[in-house]
Design a protein around this ligand. Structure first.
Ligand SMILES: Cc1cc2nc3c(=O)[nH]c(=O)nc-3n(C[C@H](O)[C@H](O)[C@H](O)COP(=O)(O)OP(=O)(O)OC[C@H]3O[C@@H](n4cnc5c(N)ncnc54)[C@H](O)[C@@H]3O)c2cc1C
Length: 425
């Protein structure tokens, strides 16, 4: 397999179409401060255009109406549509619905597909993924939300935390302990719970970028399940299979997250460069000052490196599957989030107080982006995973492989004939 860094001309045309749609139709909506309902109404015609173009929910396999583009094309696509939080819903691939659809594609039975998956695929309803419990999100083995089988029903009790769109969705996929005595990795299951089931209470949570929870795309809730009863048939996949399913859900999704972050970083970078060539202080343009040149040069290199790393991971997933790319998937998560933060921070700095003001989108992008180091597992967990898997590739040695005296002795032995010859002359 050769290295090829070019994009197929046909796909470049599609990317151009997406860029136009984002620039002409989606980005203008950002400045209107729309609420969720109005936003969803406003994007309906845009969603129809995306569907007609064959780009709706493109991350799905052909069996679910996606085009089976593969991760590299999807990565490039997400870089374009992810430049704004408003882009993914227009293209039918916003979290958590995109991941939930993938999960259901793997695990849902016929009845579940018809009742829950079909309307989700069509963009008619939203869904929520209810997994995290306060203070244990990094270690799901500690989750306590319990589902007990009573006759033909599951009875669910527990409290979940930071469930995106819990109150806007038609159903939650809830991770529950179904066998407390089993190995922690085999004792939890996923269960579909309709949002209007009796016994569910929700409290909206403010967040850094949206303290009053009025975000057009996402809000977040603490969710109490108190004796919530659902039919036994709402079990998604195997009993005890939650961990395996959760892993499958998060693999390729991280590529999409990272490429969206790069879309945002690129916007912040463009704004920084535009500012640097537009503003003159103390006798010269900002772009001519070494501090600012350092910002521009570092940001350009960081974006390029993160982009290559992410696209290379996408390519590798296409070759060998996500389960064989765990190191790369973890690396792009913490590296991409850091690059996003760095570039936004520098761009705000170059804009001065204007960058911090709500006259520019940078402060909102910055606040929104802080979460990138947290969701889908905090950076520290991904670093630990990458380091653990990398370290496994090495064997302990009493004498370092590169120990010079040892190597010299071996080299003298190997080339003894040569030395014998030289000393004989
Ligand atoms: C915007 C947003 C949307 C979200 N949406 C959802 C959703 O839809 N559904 C859902 O279930 N959850 C959701 N979450 C929750 C998210 O998955 C968790 O925040 C994340 O997994 C971390 O869990 P935690 O917040 O409980 O952190 P904790 O587990 O309390 O960890 C706190 C800190 O401890 C440190 N730490 C943890 N483990 C290690 C380690 N091994 N080594 C070193 N340090 C460590 C890290 O610094 C970490 O940030 C969302 C979060 C955000 C911010």
């Amino acid at each position: 397999m050769t290295w090829d860094f070019s994009t197929e001309p046909e796909w470049e045309q599609e990317l151009d179409w997406m860029r136009d749609l984002m620039r002409e139709e989606v980005l203008p909506l950002e400045s209107l401060g729309l609420d969720h309902q109005t936003f969803m109404k406003a994007i309906r015609p845009l969603q129809e255009r995306v569907k007609a173009r064959g780009l709706w929910a493109a991350h799905l396999g052909p069996e679910l109406g996606g085009a089976g583009f593969g991760q590299v094309k999807l990565a490039l696509m997400h870089e374009v549509l992810g430049a704004s939080e408003l882009g993914p819903p227009v293209f039918g691939n916003q979290a958590p619905d995109s991941g939930n659809i993938e999960l259901m594609a793997i695990a849902a039975n016929e009845e579940q597909r018809e009742r829950w998956l079909a309307p989700l695929l069509g963009g008619e309803v939203l869904s929520a993924f209810s997994m995290t419990e306060l203070g244990t999100g990094s270690d799901p083995r500690q989750f306590k939300t319990r589902a007990v089988r009573e006759g033909d029903e599951w009875v669910i009790d527990g409290t979940k935390w930071f469930v995106s769109n819990a109150d806007r969705s038609a159903f939650h996929i809830v991770m529950c302990v179904t066998d407390p005595d089993a190995d922690p990795y085999r004792g939890q299951s996923m269960i579909i719970v309709p949002t209007d089931a009796p016994g569910i209470e929700m409290r909206k949570l403010g967040i850094l970028n949206d303290p009053h929870h009025v975000g057009p795309v996402h809000d977040h809730c603490e969710v109490n399940y108190r004796g919530v009863r659902v039919p036994a048939g709402n079990l998604l996949g195997e009993q005890g299979g939650a961990f395996t399913l959760a892993q499958k859900r998060l693999g390729p999704g991280r590529i999409h997250h990272c490429m969206r972050w790069l879309g945002v970083a690129r916007r912040a970078f463009d704004a920084m460069c535009e500012r640097a060539v537009s503003m003159s202080v103390h006798g010269s343009l900002l772009a001519e000052k070494e501090f600012i040149q350092d910002f521009i040069a570092l940001s350009a290199a960081e974006i390029a490196a993160a982009r290559l790393l992410t696209i290379n991971t996408a390519w590798k997933i296409d070759q060998v599957g996500a389960s064989n790319c765990r190191v790369e998937i973890s690396m792009i998560k913490y590296h991409g989030a850091k690059v996003l933060h760095n570039v936004l921070d520098r761009s705000i700095q170059v804009h001065g107080s204007l960058g911090l003001s709500t006259d520019m989108p940078l402060q909102e992008m910055y606040a929104y982006s802080r979460s990138a180091r947290m969701y889908d597992g905090p950076d520290e967990v991904h670093k630990a995973t990458a380091a653990r898997l990398i370290a496994r590739q090495y064997a302990p040695r009493e004498v370092p492989t590169d120990h010079i005296p040892t190597r010299r002795a071996a080299a003298l032995e190997k080339y003894r004939d040569l030395f014998d010859l030289v000393s004989a002359q």
